[in-house]
Design a binder for this molecule. Structure first.
Ligand code: BES
Ligand code: MN
Ligand code: MN
Length: 458
């Protein structure tokens, strides 16, 4: 039996066991945003570390000021590249709970999908690489490249622990290429390799007005309403035709290449179907750019939540003493989150009406990435995905962010391969998040081939 035949047989035989392992991890509610889930974060980290240890990998739990990092490595292979797999074991909060058909942390298999918070983002995807390395080990075969793993528990919150430790970890993490499966395929049945991600700059705004809530009958018309002031600021940040008004915001934005635009135009993307799938009667955004361009390669501004004021049942006639908003800018490569923070503060200073004070709180940020689609590892990745899925992957960019990637690439001076097994309709961050069972298996299979195809066979 050839190496690949042996691996394939092992993977088929262990499908059920692999699914059981994923279910175990999915049962741990490792919500990094929720400070009451600290012990669950610890359990998830320990679980991941145990998988590596069980396969005999040199494994370390690296504690920090927040969820622990897990580092593991296989043996070095002389003359061959070093591959670093990055992934995250933390998940987004599961609320609103009532919209889930089955509980978010009780994984359920329905119509070929695994439903659970974190199934696609990122526990299921991340585990494909862990399981494929375990497969090589358990088949008694020597991996063709050294594989290192760095699995963190704070990706959904801006990777503070990893960011702080990156300088001291740089030597340990030294590699030729980072492999990440935390993104999506282009469409069902059409796998993709992602060569660009957007960056992000996330803030909370707090508009402070009168020192206490006021009766709106007695005081309305005499003071600035913080909610209204907030609404005005928010709507002034982005015009209805999608242009962001912060001073200097577009200075570093790299315009799309004509060839890139032509390539995306030919991808058969349907605005009508997309709008229908989202349940909206129109798609909107920056004038002059297609939907794919706006999602993948143009900056934008969004409001994620509105805070303060009366949120209870019935009516309450108050002028709230404060109102707030969670907001973020998606950035394109070359834009810097810290610069955007300064531009936001400057904009707000000149747009704050009298009678209120606006506080800007930095939450987190990260730069975008673009990967050279002709890098020397790309060919191997294409081959591995093709062998795992039976379909040649297309090259895409995506609009989501993995904030630490740009910093890792800088610190480690390496290439990066973003090969996601998810689907746009997986519902990452949404109720009823799912991961296609077959994509889980195909992902493991692709990963098992990847180590071979990343090796230098000159
Ligand atoms: N896996 C996503 C990033 C992603 C989403 C990549 C869609 C490609 C397509 C990641 O877990 C994520 O959600 N990132 C956050 C970062 C933020 C919380 C700092 C994001 O993009 O909002
Ligand atoms: Mn993710
Ligand atoms: Mn996410």
């Amino acid at each position: 039996m050839s190496k690949f035949e042996q691996l394939d047989a092992y993977l088929v035989e262990h499908q059920h066991a692999h699914l059981e392992l994923l279910f175990e991890l999915l049962r741990i509610p490792s919500v990094s945003a929720d400070s009451s889930k600290k012990s669950e974060m610890g359990r998830a980290a320990a679980w991941v570390a145990d998988q590596f240890r069980s396969a005999g990998l040199k494994t370390e739990l690296i504690p920090g000021d927040g969820p622990a990092l897990i580092y593991a490595e296989t043996e070095p292979v002389e003359g061959q590249p070093v591959v670093l797999v990055y992934g995250h074991y933390d998940v987004q909060p599961a609320d609103p709970l009532e919209l889930w058909d089955t509980p978010p942390f009780e994984p359920a298999l329905r119509d070929g999908n695994i439903y659970a918070r974190g199934s696609t983002d990122d526990k299921g995807q991340m585990l494909t690489h862990v399981l494929s390395v375990l497969a090589w080990k358990n088949c008694g075969m020597k991996l063709p490249v050294q594989v290192k793993f760095l699995i963190e528990g704070q990706e959904e919150q801006g990777s503070e622990v990893l960011e702080a430790k990156l300088p001291e970890l740089a030597k340990k993490l030294a590699c030729d290429v980072i492999v990440i499966s935390d993104s999506s395929q282009y469409a069902k049945g059409q796998p993709a390799i992602t060569y660009g991600l957007r960056g992000i700059a996330y803030f909370e705004l707090r508009v402070h007005g009168p020192k206490m809530d006021l009766h709106s009958g007695s005081f309305g018309g005499a003071v600035t309403n913080p909610g209204l002031a907030l609404a005005r600021i928010l709507t002034e940040i982005k015009t209805p035709d999608g242009r962001i008004q912060l001073p200097g915001f577009y200075d570093n934005v790299v315009e799309l290449e004509a060839s890139e635009r032509a390539m995306w135009d030919s991808m058969g993307f349907s605005d009508t179907k997309f709008a229908e799938a989202l349940g909206v009667d129109a798609l909107t955004g920056e004038t002059g750019y297609s939907t794919l361009e706006r999602r993948w390669a143009r900056p934008t501004f969004d409001v994620h939540g509105l805070l303060g004021g009366y949120q209870g049942e019935g009516g309450k006639t108050v002028i709230p003493s404060w109102n707030g908003a969670k907001i973020s800018f998606r950035l394109v490569p070359n834009q810097d989150p810290a610069t955007v923070g300064r531009q936001l503060r400057e904009f707000i200073a000149s747009h704050t009406p009298p009678g209120v004070r606006v506080e800007v709180i930095d939450l987190h940020g990260g730069r975008g990435v673009v990967v050279d689609p002709n890098s020397k590892f790309m060919k191997g990745a294409v081959r591995a995905v093709e062998e795992g899925f039976g379909v040649q992957p297309v090259l895409i960019r995506e609009g989501g962010s993995i904030p630490i990637v740009a910093q890792m690439v800088d610190a480690l001076d390496c290439d990066v391969l973003l090969i996601g097994w998810g689907l746009d309709d997986d519902g990452a961050h949404s109720p009823n998040e799912k991961f296609c069972l077959n994509d889980f298996y195909r992902g493991i299979r692709s990963s098992s081939r990847l180590w071979e195809h990343l090796a230098d066979r000159r």
